[in-house]
Design a binder for this molecule. Structure first.
Ligand SMILES: Cc1cc2nc3c(=O)[nH]c(=O)nc-3n(C[C@H](O)[C@H](O)[C@H](O)COP(=O)(O)OP(=O)(O)OC[C@H]3O[C@@H](n4cnc5c(N)ncnc54)[C@H](O)[C@@H]3O)c2cc1C
Length: 446
């Protein structure tokens, strides 16, 4: 069967294996030979080839809730459960995930394997900072319990380990208490990149922050952007009654059954950005209470479920990198200059601030700034992305694995200084290297 990640590039032919219980999973894993690659796949929301292999094991059957502890605010669930399903169960109980990405349709296993981040990394760290423990099926078929205190080396290799140490079967996650699903949002305009950095720095204590950048602007307007800050509304301080505000909301999106010409996505984002930007510029700083869906998951809410098809039949590549704070402004300025003069990037890009890195060996975030840009796939973008790689490395940065579809082994190894320690642990628990993806083969991790 032909399969791809969210960016629809690359496309590969794979056997999709759909175990129905742990016994069947164990049989598949222990029968695996090194001659072909085997990797687990959750919701397939990673962009490139990290969940692609000759054989792909679906985690879909791991969809049970095992325990909700409302005294300790923890949930234990199967790794195939989606973040959306957790929110549906937890929101009416006044609980929320500590870290959510830009879409709620990712699985718990995928969130842990990529150690994903949200708009609050500078305050709360990444998803795995709130994972108490995981159960991991190893290449031997045994299931190991791993946490910060037990099998901690394996824990820190598997959190952010892109499925290469084994299959996460279930996890216990610590949740946040909330009294309302509303987010008090503050929207600000930045006329250029310097102003945008200044706003993010000044508002470092804001729980959530993110900037949308127009990446085709140039000269004095390079990096013109909108900055969005957010805090959970405290129902006891507002007139709202918490019972009425603790409501889960599903988003409704139509499916587009075919690919559309790539220019449509730019047209769509350009019109949304320009309208909001100029309104905001006229009105000045704005405060409003918005529903959590529109604050955290704007892309789930644009009304089109599979918006990735808007990039056309060749798909697209997302390029996300982080540069440490002291070099971030200069590095990001160079990247934006290159992208805008090549006229290749999509109209919108997303900038966030990261706090300190954690102990996970292959986790992406480190203290600094991260920028994510989309590129419609066409042959000319690959040499451009190679040039961007060099800018990132010169500024001591690295590229996000869960978005990557094309980085070289040398660029990966230069950016991820713990790769050798990771490989030692992988080899200890997976000596025949049965867990491998198209990405790990390309990056020299399998
Ligand atoms: C619209 C959109 C917005 C996004 N926004 C953000 C964001 O704000 N921040 C962010 O960090 N990421 C973001 N992402 C990326 C996404 O969060 C990650 O790619 C995440 O890993 C996807 O989870 P998944 O279940 O779809 O995993 P998949 O794509 O299926 O797999 C991703 C990786 O996880 C591994 N994996 C999956 N399940 C298991 C398991 N049970 N055991 C072991 N390994 C497993 C796979 O082998 C693979 O290496 C976004 C993606 C989209 C499409």
């Amino acid at each position: 069967m032909e399969v791809s990640g969210w960016g629809r590039h690359p496309v590969t032919t794979a056997d999709i294996l759909e175990p129905v219980d742990s016994e069947m999973l164990k049989k598949i894993v222990t029968a695996q030979k090194k001659s072909d690659s085997l990797i687990c796949r959750g919701a397939g929301r990673s962009y490139g080839d990290s969940s692609l292999a000759d054989k792909i094991i679906s985690s879909r059957f791991l969809d049970s809730f095992l325990e909700l502890n409302e005294t300790q605010n923890t949930i234990r669930c199967g790794a195939g459960v989606s973040l959306d399903a957790i929110l549906k169960l937890c929101i009416p109980r006044g609980l929320f995930l500590k870290v959510v990405p830009g879409t709620r349709y990712v699985s718990v296993g995928g969130a842990i394997a990529a150690d994903i981040h949200g708009k609050n990394h500078h305050v709360d760290g990444s998803f795995c900072n709130h994972v108490q423990s995981i159960s991991l099926m190893l290449a031997s078929g045994e299931i190991f319990f791993c946490s910060e205190h037990e099998n901690s080396e394996l824990f820190h290799a598997s959190c952010g380990g892109m499925g290469l140490t084994g299959i996460i079967v279930d996890a216990t996650i610590v949740l946040d208490k909330i009294s309302s699903t509303s987010i008090q949002q503050q929207s600000l305009v930045a006329n250029n990149l310097r102003e945008c950095f200044d706003l993010l720095e000044e508002n470092n204590s804001s729980k959530y922050s993110v900037a949308w950048l127009d990446c085709l602007s140039r000269g004095n307007e390079l990096g013109r952007s909108m900055v969005f800050l957010g805090e959970h509304v405290d129902a006891s301080q507002s007139k709202q009654n918490s019972n009425s505000t603790l409501k889960y909301r599903a988003s409704r999106g139509i499916n587009i059954p075919f690919s559309t010409p790539g220019f449509l996505i730019n047209k769509l984002s350009m019109s949304i950005f320009n309208k909001t930007y100029f309104n905001l510029k006229k009105a000045g700083k704005q405060k409003s209470n918005v529903n959590y869906n529109s604050f955290f998951f704007p892309l789930d809410n644009i009304g089109i479920a599979n918006w990735n098809k808007l990039y056309g039949s060749k798909g697209f590549v997302q390029y996300q990198f982080v540069i440490p704070s002291d070099a971030a402004f200069e590095g990001i300025q160079q990247v934006l200059n290159k992208v805008s003069s090549a006229g290749k990037g999509s109209f919108l890009s997303v900038l966030k601030k990261f706090g300190p890195e954690n102990k996970n060996l292959l986790s992406f975030p480190k203290e600094g700034y991260t920028l994510a840009l989309d590129f419609k796939r066409e042959e000319q973008i690959f040499p451009l992305l190679d040039e961007l790689d060099q800018i990132i490395l010169e500024h001591d940065g690295r590229i996000y694995l869960t978005k990557d579809a094309r980085m070289s082994e040398a660029v990966f190894k230069a950016g991820y200084s713990n790769w050798e320690d990771f490989l030692k642990i992988k080899t200890q628990f997976d000596p025949s290297c049965i867990f491998a993806s198209k990405q790990s083969n390309r990056l020299g991790l399998s």
